[in-house]
Design a protein around this ligand. Structure first.
Ligand code: AP5
Length: 213
């Protein structure tokens, strides 16, 4: 299957994509995680990416498309989280999948109100190595600063600082909300209110994609 998860910053795309990937074996493709890995490795792309990410700006479409292209065709299925984020990226995805004769099976939009998003992002931390997200108030790692899953260091993302969060919300409205309209005009978007517990959101998501988990 090929699934696209859409939603604003902090909607829980990464949290749910990880769970879905574990339960279905689908390959979780997160452009944000890929870019953070490049930043951590100090690569040329990482150095460029950090400048955009810290301000909450999107990288150029051509850079992102070149980065993700080779990962799209995967026999195990792909779960897209953070891509496409502009209409140009959505059109490019359509073209690539059409060429590979692998259409998108499901597009899911996860909506959460702005107050809850800001609350989530202001208390989020992630593992520097495996990128597992934590909530420092309600779902902190068992040992402070250490990832439960891999033992990596748990840190606060630079783009979760208040100014960057505000800009990410603005950029989402300007550049990513039109992607939702692009897909809605084809009538194939499943809507999920993603404000319940992670378990209940997972139930809803599984039903929406028909995975029966
Ligand atoms: P990216 O990493 O994709 O960030 P994002 O879209 O802003 O999404 P987030 O990771 O902030 O949120 P999420 O929805 O995954 O929520 P999460 O599960 O972590 O992108 C970062 C940057 O990279 C961009 O700003 C841009 O610069 C660049 N970039 C990436 N892709 C790009 C692209 N395609 N084009 C151009 N540039 C690109 O959850 C958030 C928190 O809430 C966590 O603490 C979690 O524990 C908690 N939580 C989750 N679910 C629940 C729940 N149900 N109840 C309570 N708490 C919950």
């Amino acid at each position: 299957m090929r699934i696209v998860l859409l939603g604003p910053p902090g909607a829980g795309k990464g949290t749910q994509a990880r769970r879905l990937s574990e339960s279905t074996g689908m390959n979780h493709l997160s452009t944000g995680d890929m870019l953070r890995a490049e930043v951590a490795a100090g690569s040329e792309l990482g150095l460029v990416a950090k400048g955009y990410m810290d301000k909450g700006e999107l990288l150029p479409d051509s850079t992102i498309i070149a980065m993700i292209q080779q990962h799209l065709a995967n026999p195990a299925g792909v779960l897209l989280d953070g891509f496409p984020r502009t209409v140009v990226q959505a059109e490019s995805l359509d073209e690539s999948l059409e060429t590979a004769n692998q259409p998108i099976d499901k597009i899911v939009h996860m909506s959460v109100d702005v107050d809850e998003l800001v609350k989530r992002l202001s208390s989020r931390a992630i593992c520097k190595d495996c990128q597992t997200p934590y909530n420092l108030v309600s779902d902190a790692p068992s040992k402070e600063g250490v990832c439960d899953k891999c033992g990596g260091e748990v840190i606060v993302r630079d783009d979760d600082k208040p100014e960057a969060v505000l800009n990410r919300m603005k950029v989402y409205e300007e550049l990513t909300a039109p992607v939702l309209d692009y897909y809605k005009s084809r009538g194939d978007v499943a809507e999920i209110i993603a404000t319940g517990s992670p378990d209940s959101v997972f139930e809803e998501l599984s039903q929406a994609i028909g995975s029966g988990k």
